[in-house]
Design a protein around this ligand. Structure first.
Ligand SMILES: Nc1nc2c(ncn2[C@@H]2O[C@H](COP(=O)(O)OP(=O)(O)O)[C@@H](O)[C@H]2O)c(=O)[nH]1
Ligand SMILES: [Mg+2]
Length: 263
């Protein structure tokens, strides 16, 4: 059993990718379990094999007086009580992969304790990785690219497992972004050169953006960013290949795409 944890902001395509990637992987033979880990999900575009809403829903916390956001946080925190049950249901299914569809409230994973804690408990003892989704609409200019990648890096340092960064809804990308910008993001100095040529930013913001770009590059964090669209099966092939490459590496797998470049 290997866990593929899909994380990303609300609307970035996590639930859709969970369903489509599961079917895609199954078409090659492996058994895949779809785990809905979002207690606030209204409807899902796939049949969940395990659904946390069987154990907790945001509605019961809202009925106790919490607002929607507080209720979700409390619901995710309370999942710690059910993780053993969920693991044993999964162990009975005996899947090769479990795809975990998470809530879009990024604070759960980027700041709060509960998100990483329940994911650690869920995946303990099994190989796992994060697939972080950046919505195609956030890749329009250097500042949105940098802010998306810094959010991705916040998640990586909190979840502490290998992470594949994906641009979701790649079918919506302008051809020049898909063909000329994304493939070059991992090149030394490329993001900095985009920042330099952006005349809309003031000097302070430019300095901050350049520092962040260089830091993300040096940490090997930009590496490869995989464009994925559920409407383009070849992109699902590329994502599955990357997942297999990382998860088959056992203890030896690389933390990110590329280990720190100046060491
Ligand atoms: N064009 C396009 N739309 C997508 C893709 N993946 C998801 N969507 C749409 O994006 C919206 C949000 O998707 P959803 O999976 O619910 O996002 P989540 O909130 O992250 O779970 C839905 O309307 C999906 O149909 C994609 O690859 N291409
Ligand atoms: Mg969803």
């Amino acid at each position: 059993m290997k866990f593929i944890v899909i994380v990303g902001p609300a609307g970035s395509g996590k639930s859709t990718l969970t369903g489509e990637l599961a079917s895609h992987i199954e078409s090659f033979g492996p058994v895949v379990a779809r785990l809905n880990f979002d207690p606030a999900a209204e409807s899902l575009p796939y049949d969940a094999d395990v659904d946390v809403r069987k154990y907790v829903t945001v509605h019961e916390f809202m009925a106790r007086g919490l607002g929607p956001n507080g209720a979700l946080i409390a619901a995710v925190d309370s999942l710690i009580n059910y993780v053993l049950d969920i693991r044993s249901v999964l162990e009975d299914i005996k899947p090769d992969y479990v795809i975990v569809d998470t809530p879009g409230q990024m604070e759960l994973f980027a700041y709060r304790h509960g998100g990483p804690l329940v994911l650690d408990a869920l995946t303990h003892g099994y190989p796992s990785l994060t697939v972080f989704l950046v919505d195609a609409i956030f890749l329009e200019n250097p500042s949105s690219i940098i802010s998306a990648l810094t959010l991705a890096s916040s998640v990586a340092v909190r979840l502490k497992r290998p992470q594949v960064n994906v641009v979701s809804k790649a079918d919506l990308l302008l051809p020049e972004v898909l063909n000329e910008i994304i493939p070059r993001l991992g090149e030394e100095g490329f993001l900095e050169s985009m920042v330099d040529s952006d005349e809309t930013v003031d000097p302070y913001t430019r300095t901050l953006m350049l520092s962040l770009s260089t830091a993300l590059y040096k940490a090997g964090f930009i590496g490869e960013i995989i464009p994925v669209s559920v409407n383009m099966p070849n992109t699902l092939d590329a994502l599955y290949a990357k997942i297999q490459q990382i998860l088959s590496g056992g203890e030896e797998y690389k933390y990110y795409d590329v280990i720190s470049r100046d060491s």
